[in-house]
Write a protein that binds this ligand. Structure first.
Ligand SMILES: [Zn+2]
Length: 74
């Protein structure tokens, strides 16, 4: 997980957004439901979660490594 943001919409409504790294997008419906459930238990009801397949991990890597990944994939 990264890009986590939590803020209040009102005195009683808490919002959260984050990116979740998942091994495959097929798992996403299950992960999303479980995450929403866990967050609701914590009183966080306004949730925006973005799935990121593991292969997109380059999202954080500096440019040279990104080029390396492209080379490896070609
Ligand atoms: Zn991200």
């Amino acid at each position: 997980m990264h890009g986590l943001h939590i803020w209040t919409l009102s005195s009683r409504r808490i919002a959260l957004s984050a990116h979740l790294i998942v091994e495959s997008l097929e798992q996403w419906p299950t992960i999303l439901a479980a995450s929403r459930h866990t967050l609701a238990d914590q009183g966080i009801t306004h949730v925006t979660l973005q799935p990121e397949p593991l292969r997109n991990k380059v999202h954080w890597l500096p440019a040279p490594a990104q080029r390396l990944r492209q080379v490896v994939q070609e």
